[in-house]
Design a protein around this ligand. Structure first.
Ligand SMILES: Cc1ncc(COP(=O)(O)O)c(C=O)c1O
Length: 418
């Protein structure tokens, strides 16, 4: 079985801490923790394992990828430029303008977009760009929703900031409550990661919510990073994007994107996690500085992959097919789960976020009794002092397999967990 959640390679292999002690502030990565949790358990014999842990779509990737890679093979012997190609920037700029209905000409692709070899590494590296030594005379804070995509925390910690986990529960619409942020915290905030549609809960921010977040970033002088990696996996209506909202806000000096960066990926949109392809767009001043930083520390996106990515961003047919496949899977899951475990239909993304009592115990039972592999919610979240861990009672189920497999897995969940 080749799956990212089966590798058990934690920092525990070192007998004593060496090097950067900030790393010791992090736990093992969620999938390493899961592999350790489930390693002692052998699922019942004769049941094929169903992997619903990693957000890695198993749909066949579009044929465009292979065709373009073959046609641009002469680029493999070249070091790619950090800024990618004009064609890539134009295709992603046009896509953003179409998708978010931006006024023609407002987004200057050449100064506002950088290609990324997957968004994970750039979301991580962003903290090195955004976190100063001190902010308002204190240790800088990096805000993130709780639960959250694990690299946000890793980035904050390794950049020397304090990660601040903002509860995103059913009560807050599964997004952080912006009204609860105090001026004391905002003054020392260097970076705020928001994820919409959210992983794992699938909640999408409203225009008013994003407008408020953008206004706070500008008022308090921090970077707002909006992770829109699930923007194209939606059920009923396309979620609004942060650039779209920013374009409608008043702005001065021809600077509509100040303080704002958005991250987009082909991993989910085009079922191409292995291509490692995404981009960041927004504030040209930040993009310029990011480009300088990335010149020191990143591999550029190889030219054949830039060509394949360009073609993918120009094509919508395969994305519509993908969306139809996810709709069918949610319908199948909904039919099997019948409202159990607080099931709700998310605005976007491809996860079920199910309240099962104790997520770790549920994950163990599902693996032992049904060979169904899911992620305990607590591995995606942290406890704040005096508060329960907002993920503890949940499991995350990634609807990445085909519809029949998803339906059978949901039936197993009901049979095993009751
Ligand atoms: C919320 C979120 N952001 C970003 C990523 C990174 O995607 P990639 O590095 O494949 O672009 C993921 C992947 O699972 C994710 O769930």
């Amino acid at each position: 079985m080749v799956s990212a959640d089966f590798s058990v390679n934690s920092g525990a292999v070192f007998t004593e801490a060496i090097g950067n002690d900030r790393l010791d502030l992090l736990t093992d990565y969620p999938f390493t923790r899961l592999a350790n949790l489930l390693a002692p358990i052998t699922p019942r014999a004769n049941v094929a394992p169903v992997l619903l842990t990693v957000g890695e779509p198993q749909h066949t990737p579009p044929a465009i990828i292979e065709e373009t890679l073959r046609a641009s093979a002469s680029g493999w012997n070249k070091y790619p430029p950090v800024g990618g190609t004009p064609e890539f920037r134009a295709a992603t700029g046009d896509w953003l303008t179409r998708r978010y209905d931006l006024p023609a000409g407002l987004l200057h692709a050449d100064s506002s977009i950088l290609p990324l070899s997957g968004t994970r590494e750039a979301l991580f590296m962003l903290a090195l760009l955004a976190v100063p030594t001190r902010k308002a005379g204190r240790q800088p804070a990096v805000l993130m929703p709780n639960p959250f995509y694990a690299p946000y925390e890793g980035a904050a910690v390794m950049a020397g900031a304090e990660p601040v986990f903002l509860s995103a529960t059913r009560e807050t619409g599964f997004l952080p409550d912006l009204d609860a942020l105090t001026p004391e915290l905002l003054e020392r905030t260097a970076l705020f990661y928001l994820c919409t549609p959210a992983n794992p809960q699938g909640a999408a921010a409203t225009p008013a919510y994003l407008a408020k977040a953008i206004a706070l970033a500008r008022q308090y002088g921090f970077v707002l990073a909006v992770d829109e990696c699930y923007a194209e996996i939606w059920l009923d209506a396309p979620p609004v994007g942060a650039l779209q909202v920013a374009a409608g806000l008043p702005y001065a000096d021809g600077k509509p994107w100040s303080n704002l960066l958005v991250f987009h990926s082909l991993s989910k949109r085009s079922s191409a996690a292995g291509l490692r392809s995404g981009f960041v767009a927004g504030d040209p001043a930040l993009i310029g500085r990011f480009s300088r930083l990335r010149s020191y520390g990143c591999a550029g996106m190889p030219l054949p992959i830039l060509a394949a990515s360009t073609a993918l961003w120009q094509d919508e047919a395969h994305v519509e097919e993908n969306r139809a496949a996810y709709r069918a899977k949610f319908a199948a899951a909904e039919a099997e789960l019948g409202g159990r475990y607080g099931y709700y239909r998310p605005a976007g993304g491809f996860f079920l976020w199910l309240e099962v009592g104790n997520g770790e115990e549920a994950a163990k039972r599902l693996w032992a009794e049904g060979a169904v592999r899911v992620l305990p919610g607590a591995y995606l979240s942290r406890s704040n002092p005096g508060e329960p861990n907002p993920g503890e009672a949940f499991i995350r189920v990634a609807l990445v397999q085909d519809t029949d497999t998803v339906a059978q897995a949901c039936a197993s969940i009901v049979r095993i967990l009751g």
